[in-house]
Write a protein that binds this ligand. Structure first.
Ligand SMILES: [Zn+2]
Length: 143
């Protein structure tokens, strides 16, 4: 028979697994891809939701004294992660980050309206958004 403490640890494992799964889907299909089985929610939001579940279980474990209330200054934690990312770049295991580019033709949405003879707008696919690999549209994030 498992204790409440054991069950919370199992729940933490499960939630971490869900973060792993949705990060994998984001790498395979993209951060903005909408998965029909998850209610057409973009992968980026699913990552955020699953990660919040991890945080909530961790908070419960802290509140119940199972794990210590360990707090690290976010700036220190971020600097440590950036240091390891730089090592990966130095070892040529990670691409150098190029700047994300705003579209000169549309509001980074991949299309713009064009008005024909009838005056009705026609949706035109934006070539810049679709062809520029570093466009906001293709990267699925804000510049
Ligand atoms: Zn565009």
């Amino acid at each position: 028979m498992l204790t409440r403490e054991d069950m919370l640890l199992v729940k933490l494992m499960e939630e971490c697994g869900e973060v792993i799964q949705v990060c994998s889907k984001a790498l395979r299909f993209g951060l903005t891809h909408l998965h029909p089985k998850s209610g057409n929610i973009p992968n980026r939001e699913l990552i955020s939701r699953e990660f919040m579940d991890v945080c909530h279980v961790a908070n419960m474990l802290e509140d119940e004294g199972v794990i210590p209330d360990y707090w690290v200054d976010p700036e220190i934690a971020k600097a440590r992660i950036e240091k390891y990312l730089a090592v990966s770049q130095d070892l040529n295991r990670m691409a150098k980050e190029e700047p994300t580019l705003n579209c000169p033709n549309c509001p980074n949405q991949g299309w713009y309206p064009e008005y024909g003879h009838s005056g009705e707008p026609v949706q035109i696919q934006c070539e810049y958004c679709n062809m520029e690999p570093n466009s906001v549209y293709n990267r699925g994030r804000v510049a």
